[in-house]
Design a protein around this ligand. Structure first.
Ligand code: ATP
Ligand code: MG
Length: 316
């Protein structure tokens, strides 16, 4: 098993691989919003049009502000990475820019422009998700009911279906990277460690992302990898995310326990996958089981999960 070197609480991130200079072989068509004439494009919104209102979040990759367009009054989220930031952080934000500028899905956060200042500051302008993240919702409103989780699962699966269909692996699905607005729309965000697969058999670097949500094959590809291509890792992280939102705590640890890196890695690699208590419905327990198969080849794909009764049956 490979030894992992860096650590940090549940948000632990691992070294970022070199960002390939190669352009993807199959570039995605630019979304309609990227045309220079639209009101939301970077060509029509300049950094000077925006007024910073408050900090929405600090992350590994910079600071996210709520901003207002001075003329239109519209709100946006602006992710800023400062010029003096470490190379890895700048590389992450460029990777995120590259992916967000090419995606166009109602289940992926919309990019409304990107900026680079002579000072070296880099910024991504995004749609503002006014309710926050699934992590903040869990903290403020408590655990999620099954019907709500079925809705969350359906939306995230649709987002992953779009991404995987365009050969993009997110690699950092977790409650704090899933944004919510007041229509209860859930959108995938934070593509700092995502990867565009250039070739079908392109190996997917294992050691990026937030380790707590990483799948067993990313720690130990020989044992759990099968024909490992990376896509199944997003499914594992989705399963853990849904379980956490139901239980109210990170599933591999008892409530309130501070995560210890070694315990966590051993639990993921050597322990049984976490499961739902018996009072949960059969459909939900089966869905979680399909996501949390330790062997990546046994895990259901996005397309298969979209047909699972947990997400298919009529909302109750
Ligand atoms: P981390 O390393 O912790 O994952 P990061 O630097 O990669 O963070 P993001 O995850 O993109 O950055 O954003 C950090 C936080 O900012 C989010 O968890 C969320 O609270 C807030 N945020 C990001 N984008 C938006 C948005 N479009 N609308 C509202 N809030 C947002
Ligand atoms: Mg994040």
């Amino acid at each position: 098993m490979a030894v992992v070197r860096e650590r940090r609480h549940l948000n632990l991130r691992l070294p970022i691989p070199e960002l390939s200079d190669r352009r993807p072989r199959f570039p995605l068509p630019l979304p309609p919003t990227a045309a220079a004439t639209t009101t939301t494009s970077s060509a029509t919104i300049s950094a000077g049009d925006l007024e910073k209102l408050q900090v929405l979040g600090h992350g590994n990759g910079g600071t996210v502000y709520k901003v207002r367009h001075k003329r239109t009054g519209a709100f946006y989220a602006l992710k800023v990475v400062h010029g003096e930031s470490e190379t890895d952080v700048r590389r992450q934000v460029r990777r995120e820019m590259e992916i967000l500028r090419r995606t166009d899905s109602p289940h992926v956060v919309r990019c409304d422009g990107t900026f680079e200042k002579p000072s070296g500051d880099i910024a991504i302008l995004m749609e503002y998700m006014n309710v926050g993240t699934l992590e903040s919702l869990l903290k403020t409103h408590g655990t999620f009911s099954e019907p709500k989780l079925a809705d969350v699962a359906r939306q995230v699966l649709n987002g992953l279906n779009y991404l995987h269909g365009h050969k993009i692996i997110h690699r950092d699905i977790k409650p704090s990277n899933l944004l919510v607005n007041d229509k209860m729309e859930v959108k995938i965000a934070d593509f700092g460690v995502s990867k565009i697969m250039c070739r079908t058999l392109d190996p997917c670097n294992s050691y990026v992302g937030t380790c707590a949500y990483m799948s067993p094959e990313r720690f130990d590809p020989d044992r759990y990898g099968g024909n490992y291509d990376g896509y199944a890792g997003d499914i594992w992280s989705l399963g853990l995310t849904l379980l956490e939102l139901y239980l109210g705590h990170f599933p591999f640890l008892p409530p309130g326990q501070r995560p210890d890196w070694a315990t966590l890695m051993c639990a993921i690699c050597f322990g049984d996958p976490p499961s739902l208590p018996e009072h949960a419905s059969e459909e939900f327990r089966s869905f979680i089981q399909c996501c949390l198969q330790k062997e990546s080849s046994k895990r259901w794909t996005v397309a298969q999960l979209l047909t699972h009764p947990f997400v298919c049956k009529d909302p109750r």
